[in-house]
Design a protein around this ligand. Structure first.
Ligand code: C5P
Length: 229
């Protein structure tokens, strides 16, 4: 394959309030990671899939990934994550196969991201040669606060997008950007842009929301129920 998808699933999920790491929390009997990988393997073109899992869950993550991958299991790699998301991504980038040209980085917590979103991001990277991220218009009015917490101004939301994953990049640029990153960024596009490389936005999908809170988990269950036969 020329495309790799790094699925980061090594977070603790503190905000979800569950006893297990977030990727292993079940949604109607299947873990968040299993739901996420099902979408990844629906991509039309074969990809290397790198699962970045908590160190103490590597074996279960490997079994699960190979089962979901089926015949594509030859290109599944499972590695241990780090203390921050950025470190987890770096662990994934360290095991890319030699022929990979385009790298997508995806949050396992965005478990219901449609395969079409992965394909749109890959197509965008091919077309632009730069970074490509899915984004949605912002529905709420956004205020900027001063240091006391008082409202300073209203931000023009027509210029804002709420950003999702997968975020796609040419391999070489992404590796160079990660090698020189010197602060903790909240997404991969920020690492890429900090290296002076261009990033553009394609339309995201509400289904690619990140499961973060207990309320998100109920929304996830509703999605599974709607799609049940
Ligand atoms: O914490 P947050 O929801 O922003 O994490 C986004 C994604 O990054 C999740 O899929 C989570 O599993 C992953 N992550 C990770 N390693 C960390 C922290 C987060 O793989 N140390």
């Amino acid at each position: 394959p020329v495309v790799a998808v790094v699925v980061v699933a090594a977070g603790s999920g503190t905000r979800l309030g569950a006893a297990e790491p977030k990727a292993f929390v079940p949604v109607r009997g299947r873990s968040i990671l299993e739901h996420a990988l099902s979408g990844v393997f629906l991509m039309a073109d074969a990809a290397q899939v790198v699962v970045v899992a908590p160190a103490e869950r590597l074996e279960v993550a490997r079994e699960l990934a190979e089962r979901v991958a089926g015949p594509a299991a030859a290109h599944v790699t499972v590695v241990a994550g780090g203390d921050t998301r950025q470190q987890s991504v770096e662990a994934g980038l360290a095991v890319l196969e030699p022929g990979i040209e385009i790298v997508l980085v995806h949050d396992s917590a965005r478990a219901f991201t449609p395969a079409s979103q992965f394909e749109a991001v890959v197509a965008g990277v091919r077309a632009t040669g730069g970074g490509v991220i899915p984004g949605l218009a912002v529905a709420d009015t956004i205020k900027q606060l001063d240091w006391t917490g008082a409202v300073e101004r209203t931000v023009d939301r027509s210029q804002l997008v709420a950003v999702q994953t997968p975020q796609g990049f040419p391999r070489e640029g992404l590796l160079a950007a990660y090698a020189t990153a010197n602060e903790d960024y909240t997404d991969d596009a920020a690492v890429f842009a900090a290296a002076g490389l261009p990033v553009t936005v394609v339309d995201g999908d509400p289904l690619a929301f990140k499961i973060t809170t207990p309320w998100d988990l109920r929304r996830a269950e509703a999605i599974v129920d709607e799609n049940a036969p």
